[in-house]
Design a binder for this molecule. Structure first.
Ligand SMILES: C[S@@+](CC[C@H](N)C(=O)[O-])C[C@H]1O[C@@H](n2cnc3c(N)ncnc32)[C@H](O)[C@@H]1O
Length: 222
């Protein structure tokens, strides 16, 4: 299972995350969410929390971030990062996005944040045992208008195809299936998908507003 791989990978994940290559994908996914101060964003498959600094900049101290991951070791690194930075508005949830009941996951997230304005999934769905099952849980977190960004990998195309062996190695190391194309799930379920790609097509970014399956929630005080 993918999370098992990350249990042993956690201590060195940040060293091998190749941020000069992959950070632009995070930034594009986050920009697409159009986050405002005070909003709530779920980081699905948050890993060690490499997105947190960018999400904090977007939602500010009055906003909320909920990080979900299946690997306790990755969550341990995320917790360490939160402590080191003194962030007090990040809540971590230990859950397998392919196994937890959609309603149970929504319950865990809503305990920390009654309304979810946005969900970010960077480099996680192609790693998940079943991207479709994980996507179903993500959609269950969404209310009407919740924005979702999926950022993931495939082999580079066109002139950049020469770099395919390098990209394939990166995918193999991370346990990512470059043929999974999980962004097609968002394209299928959203009426307003915005698409972009980076690094010769290796990084694919999709942002949209999935048709919510969540039951209507009562009025909140926010
Ligand atoms: C390549 S890392 C990406 C981490 C982070 N999103 C980032 O951008 O750095 C993949 C992460 O997905 C998590 N993961 C894999 N399958 C999962 C699942 N079914 N449910 C929750 N997390 C999962 C792993 O534990 C790991 O932390």
């Amino acid at each position: 299972m993918a999370a098992d791989r990350y249990q042993s990978f956690a201590p060195v994940y940040d060293l091998f995350a190749c941020e000069p290559v992959y950070r632009p994908g995070r930034l594009a996914g986050i920009a697409g969410l159009g986050l405002r101060p005070g909003q709530t964003v779920v980081d699905a498959g948050c890993g060690t929390g490499l997105n947190f600094v960018h999400l904090e900049a977007a939602v500010g101290p009055s906003g909320r971030i909920v990080g979900i991951d299946a690997s306790p070791a990755m969550l341990g690194r995320a917790r360490h990062r939160i402590r080191r930075n003194g962030w007090t508005n990040i809540h971590l949830v230990h859950a397998d996005l392919t196994a937890v009941g959609p309603a149970a996951l929504a319950g865990l997230v809503h305990e920390a944040a009654p309304d979810v304005d946005a969900v970010l999934a960077t480099y996680v769905l192609s790693v998940a045992r079943s991207p479709a099952a994980a996507w179903e849980r993500i959609v269950a977190l969404c209310g009407p208008g919740t924005r979702v960004s999926v950022v993931d990998m495939q082999l580079p195309t066109g002139a950049a195809a020469a770099l395919a062996p390098l990209a394939a190695l990166a995918c193999r190391l991370g346990g990512s299936d470059p043929s999974a194309h999980p962004w097609t799930l968002l394209e299928h379920d959203s009426r307003d998908t915005h698409a972009s790609s980076l690094r010769g097509g290796h990084i694919q970014v999709r942002t949209g507003t999935p048709n919510s399956t969540a039951p209507p929630r009562g009025p909140t005080t926010r």
